[in-house]
Design a protein around this ligand. Structure first.
Ligand SMILES: Cc1cc2nc3c(=O)[nH]c(=O)nc-3n(C[C@H](O)[C@H](O)[C@H](O)COP(=O)(O)OP(=O)(O)OC[C@H]3O[C@@H](n4cnc5c(N)ncnc54)[C@H](O)[C@@H]3O)c2cc1C
Length: 519
C-alpha cells in the first residue's frame, strides 16, 4: 500500500527527537522531496515524521476547534462517529469565540418574536447573487438559507444560549436575521458545543496542531499532529474535516496576496496560519484564496479602531479620498452600498488618504462626542507618520509626502463639484459633497484592520475538497472560512452573520457526508 504524507515542512520533519521505529514501520516509508504547496500542485514528497510518540485510530478528525469545527465535531459524534478534535492553540474557540451572532430565517426564535418572519430565500439571493454578478454558485446560498432554521434550532438543542434578540446588526444588514448569542458573546457558543462534544465522548486535544495529511492513492487515510513535547501524534482515520480558519495571521501568505501588514492590525485571535489551505493544496485541492475576501475595514494605524473617531471618519461620507498620486479615486460614500466596499476601495490603490477641513469636522462633531479633541490628539500623536494638520492644502501635502500641486488640483476639482451639487467624477450623493475650504485641514492615511480572511479551499456542496476540475479529494472536507463559497471579493454583511451561519451549516454538512460516505 502506498501511503504519502503531504506538505510537511522540512524543518518540522527534522525537529523531532529520535525516530520511532514503530511509526515508520507502520507507515512503511520514509524519504523527502520538495514542498510545492503554494503552487497548487500535488505534492510529491513522501515524508513521515520520525518521532511519532502516539498512534491512534478515529473515524473522523476535525482540524480546528472554532466556529465551524465544533459543529462538525458534534454532528459527526451524534451520528455515531469516533471523532478527534485537534486545536492548535492552548485555548478552544478560535475566532468563533469572538463572534456575536448567527444568521437564520424561520427559526423558532424568530417565530416566537415575530421578527423577520417575512424573509424568504428570494430576499437573500436577490441581494447576494446580483451583488456578485452571479459568479457565486447560488446553490451554496440556497442550501445554507434553507437549512438555517433547522441549524439554529439544533444549536439551541445542543445547549447554545442566545440572548432572545434578533435584528439587523446595528443597521448594517438588510434583513432582521441576526440572532445574538447570550451577551453577544461567542464564547458561550463554543463552551456549549465543547461540552456537548465531550459528553458525546469526543477526544478534544488543545496545543496539538495538525501538520500533514496521510494519503493512500489519493485518499485521505490519516493525519499527523504535533504534540506539546515536539513529538508527533499519528491518527489513522477515514476522513479529515479542515476547519482551521484560513490564513490572516500568516504574514508571508498575506504579503504574497498583496497585503503588507506593517501598518495593519488583526482583531482576530492567533493561529490562522493557512495550515488547512496548505494541506488541502498538497492533497490536490484547488486554491481559490486569491478570489476570496476578508473581513476588514479602513482605519489609521496606531489609533483605537473601536474609538468613535475612527468610526466617524473612516466609514466614508463627506471626505475627500486621494491616492499616492494625490488623485481622487472613488465615491467616498461607497460604504453605504455595503460596508465591505470601503476597504475594497482603499485596497484598490497603493495608498489612500482621507482629507477634511474644519467645517466638516465641526459638523460631524455635533453628533460625535469628543470628536474635535480626539482628532487633535491623533494629530499630536501621529503614531505612524500618518496623521497631519495644516493651514493650507499644500502644506498638508508636504507633511504627508504627497505632491502639493497635485493635491491642490484634486481639492479644487472636488470643491468645484461640491458647488455644482453633482459629483460628475464619481457619483457621490450630493448631500455628502461638502467643500473643503475652512482651515485648518486634516489628512489621515487609511490603513487596513483585519478580522479574518474568508475562503480559500474550493469545495462542492457536500463540502468535499475538490480539485480544479471539480473532482473530490476522497476523505477530505473543508468547512467554515477554510471553504466558504458564499462570497467572492467582498464580505458584504448585507445578510448579517451569514458567515457564521455558513460555519455552522458547512460543519454539519461535512460531518453528515463524511459519515455517510466513509463509515
Ligand atoms: C472577532 C471576530 C468576530 C466575528 N464575528 C462574526 C459574527 O458575529 N458573525 C459572523 O457571521 N461572522 C463573524 N466573524 C467571521 C467568521 O464567522 C469567524 O471568523 C469564524 O470564527 C470563522 O469560523 P472558522 O471555524 O472557520 O474559524 P475559527 O473560528 O477561527 O476556528 C479555526 C480554529 O482552527 C485552529 N487551527 C488553525 N490551524 C490549526 C491546525 N493546524 N491544527 C489545529 N487547529 C488549527 C485555530 O486556532 C482556530 O481555533 C467574526 C470574525 C472575527 C475575527
Amino acid at each position: 500500500m502506498e501511503k504519502k504524507s503531504t506538505g510537511f515542512s522540512r524543518r518540522s520533519f527534522l525537529k523531532g527527537a529520535a525516530a520511532s521505529a514503530v511509526g515508520i514501520a507502520a507507515l512503511g516509508l520514509t524519504g523527502c522531496g520538495t514542498n510545492n504547496s503554494e503552487n497548487g500542485e500535488k505534492n510529491q514528497e513522501n515524508q513521515t515524521p520520525k518521532n511519532i510518540s502516539e498512534t491512534i485510530t478515529a473515524d473522523i478528525v476535525v482540524v480546528g476547534a472554532g466556529s465551524s469545527g465544533v459543529c462538525a465535531t458534534v454532528q459527526a459524534a451524534q451520528l455515531g462517529a469516533k471523532v478527534v478534535l485537534l486545536e492548535k492553540n492552548s485555548f478552544l474557540g478560535g475566532n468563533g469565540a469572538g463572534t456575536e451572532g448567527m444568521f437564520a430565517v424561520g427559526s423558532r426564535m424568530q417565530q416566537e418574536l415575530g421578527v423577520g418572519t417575512e424573509i424568504n430565500f428570494r430576499d437573500v439571493i436577490a441581494t447576494e447573487g446580483e451583488f456578485f454578478n452571479y459568479r457565486i454558485n447560488s446553490l451554496f446560498w440556497k442550501d445554507m438559507v434553507e437549512a438555517s432554521a433547522d441549524n439554529l434550532n439544533w444549536l439551541i438543542d445542543c445547549g447554545v444560549p442566545f440572548s432572545g434578540v434578533v435584528d439587523n446588526y446595528h443597521g448594517l444588514g438588510k434583513i432582521n436575521a441576526f440572532h445574538w448569542f447570550k451577551e453577544g458573546n461567542g464564547k458561550h457558543y463554543i463552551d456549549a458545543m465543547i461540552n456537548k462534544a465531550e459528553e458525546l465522548g469526543v477526544d478534544v486535544r488543545i496545543k496539538t496542531p495538525a501538520k500533514d495529511l496521510v494519503l493512500d492513492n489519493g485518499k485521505v487515510v490519516g493525519i499527523y499532529a504535533e504534540k506539546e513535547d515536539g513529538s508527533f501524534l499519528q491518527i489513522d482515520c477515514k476522513a479529515v474535516i479542515l476547519a482551521s480558519g484560513v490564513y490572516a495571521n500568516n504574514e508571508e501568505m498575506m504579503k504574497e496576496r498583496g497585503y503588507d501588514l506593517t501598518y495593519s492590525i488583526n482583531h482576530g485571535l492567533p493561529g490562522h496560519d493557512g495550515d488547512g489551505l496548505r494541506m488541502a493544496i498538497t492533497a490536490g485541492g484547488a486554491d481559490v484564496s486569491r478570489e476570496r475576501c476578508f473581513l476588514r475595514e479602513p482605519y489609521s494605524h496606531g489609533i483605537n479602531f473601536f474609538g468613535s473617531m475612527t468610526q466617524a471618519i473612516h466609514r466614508g461620507g463627506p471626505f475627500l479620498w486621494v491616492n499616492e498620486d494625490a488623485d481622487r479615486y472613488v465615491n467616498e460614500a461607497c460604504g453605504a452600498i455595503t460596508p465591505g466596499n470601503n476597504s475594497n476601495a482603499v485596497h484598490s490603490q497603493r495608498k489612500s488618504f482621507l482629507i477634511f477641513d474644519s467645517g466638516v469636522l465641526e459638523t460631524l462633531a455635533k453628533n460625535v462626542e469628543n470628536l474635535v479633541e480626539d482628532v487633535e490628539e491623533a494629530v499630536a500623536k501621529c503614531p505612524s507618520d500618518n496623521i497631519y494638520k495644516a493651514d493650507t492644502i499644500e502644506e498638508l501635502a508636504e507633511k504627508v509626502g504627497l505632491d502639493p500641486a497635485a493635491l491642490r488640483k484634486s481639492v479644487d476639482r472636488y470643491n468645484e463639484l461640491c458647488r455644482k451639487g453633482v459629483d460628475e467624477d464619481f457619483n457621490k450623493p450630493a448631500d455628502k459633497m461638502i467643500e473643503l475650504k475652512k482651515a485648518p485641514y486634516y489628512i489621515f492615511r487609511q490603513d487596513l484592520a483585519f478580522w479574518t480572511s474568508i475562503g480559500g479551499i474550493s469545495t462542492n456542496r457536500k463540502m468535499e475538497v475538490i480539485d480544479k476540475m471539480g473532482e473530490p479529494v476522497p476523505g477530505l472536507y473543508a468547512v467554515g472560512v477554510d471553504g466558504c463559497e458564499l462570497y467572492r471579493e467582498t464580505y458584504t454583511m448585507n445578510i448579517p452573520a451569514s458567515c457564521n451561519a455558513n460555519n455552522l451549516h458547512s460543519g454539519r454538512v461535512a460531518a453528515k457526508n463524511a459519515v455517510a460516505t466513509h463509515l
